[in-house]
Design a protein around this ligand. Structure first.
Ligand SMILES: NC(=O)c1ccc[n+]([C@@H]2O[C@H](COP(=O)([O-])OP(=O)(O)OC[C@H]3O[C@@H](n4cnc5c(N)ncnc54)[C@H](OP(=O)(O)O)[C@@H]3O)[C@@H](O)[C@H]2O)c1
Length: 315
């Protein structure tokens, strides 16, 4: 994405693609729902009449405060929102959360895997730096453990459940770091790296492969990755003060509000099979890279060898 395209995208008015008919009598899970994009997303789901919204949070206290605030704002019944604890810094906690979902939710229409962190101090959890553990490993573990429950709902209720993973446009800033990594031994050498962009880059690669292997034709579940754009949230709070200041200035100039950003997450709940394994951005299926590359390359080839593209139009 060029810088100009990025700036233009930031100022785009994003549509609200989800309506009451997409929510009534439905159950959704949102992780990291006490703050920022997850909070706004859960608020929309409650306002639009979902029958149950699970707020997956690592602090019960913060979760209960979010529940109360959403109930006050939307006027939704007090039995709609449920606070469930989950800490993505612990595989045991992720597994317990997924097991509970399987046991207590007879139908799951969608999970938004939103919880994420950006940390500059080096603290390890589950043998890896915390940002990596939360954004990459635990996010994928949650996806793997929730998939059978979503598949079960698909079969039992004849629905298309959604598994939405939150990526980040910053992932692509990690490309230079990626090129210096010891592939095959990536996680041994992450000190002094910008681990947030790298965690999202690795998550993006892993997501593409995960979605390919968990084919829609086999699971009946739509798996997507959403890029919310740059949004004014609490995400930079664990960065060191210099980086936090830089990010703060950028976000204050071009950041979307958390509410606008949350619309991209909700968009992930509205798409069908055609979006499976794709990258969603600005409430659209992004075709940016593959289409642009294809168009440039194919135009060159057509010029060099007229008619070589005819085979494509026959497919
Ligand atoms: N804001 C942006 O510009 C932007 C851009 C691209 C992608 N994203 C992604 O969007 C998602 C939401 O971020 P946000 O911007 O809304 O930031 P946020 O306001 O900081 O929200 C992050 C949420 O994740 C939770 N979380 C962090 N670590 C966790 C853990 N170990 N276990 C469980 N929950 C944990 C936080 O809980 P606590 O409150 O307890 O810490 C919070 O609820 C993240 O995946 C982020 O990477 C954000």
């Amino acid at each position: 994405m060029s810088f100009l395209h990025f700036i233009r995208a930031q100022y785009k008015t994003l549509p609200m693609t989800l309506g009451p008919a997409d929510c009534q009598e439905r159950t959704f899970i949102v992780t990291g729902a006490n703050s920022g994009l997850g909070y706004e997303c859960a608020k929309h789901l409650a306002r639009l009449g979902s029958s149950r919204v699970i707020l997956g949070v690592r602090s019960r206290e913060k979760g209960e405060a979010a529940k109360k605030a959403i109930e006050t704002d939307t006027g939704c019944d007090t039995n709609i929102l449920q606070v469930w604890e989950v800490d993505l810094g612990s595989y045991e906690s992720v597994a317990a959360f997924a097991q509970r979902a399987g046991e207590e939710l007879h139908r799951i229409d969608g999970i938004i895997e939103n919880a994420g962190t950006a940390e500059t101090s080096w603290v390890e959890k589950e043998g890896n730096e915390t940002t990596m553990t939360v954004n990459l490993f635990s996010t994928l573990l949650m996806a793997l453990l929730m998939l059978p429950h979503l598949h079960k709902s698909a079969k039992q209720f004849g629905i298309v459940p959604q598994l939405v993973i939150i990526g980040s446009g910053l992932a692509f800033q990690a490309k230079p770091i990626w090129e210096t990594l010891d592939i095959g031994n990536i996680f041994e050498d992450l000190r002094d790296r910008k681990n947030y962009p790298l965690s999202k880059l690795l998550l993006t690669f892993a997501y593409f492969e995960f979605a390919r292997r968990a084919a829609f034709s086999r699971t009946g579940v739509t798996i997507t990755m959403v890029n919310p754009g740059a949004c004014k949230t609490n995400l930079p709070r664990h960065l060191n003060s210099i980086v936090r200041l830089q990010v703060g200035v950028v976000l204050s100039l071009i950041g979307r509000s958390a509410e606008i950003g949350s619309r991209t997450l909700l968009h992930g709940l509205t798409v069908g099979e055609e979006a499976h394994g794709r990258y969603l951005s600005e409430c659209e299926i992004s075709e940016e890279w593959q289409v642009r590359v294809w168009e440039d390359v194919s135009a060159t080839l057509e010029k060099a060898c007229p008619g070589c593209l005819d085979v494509m139009s026959n497919e």
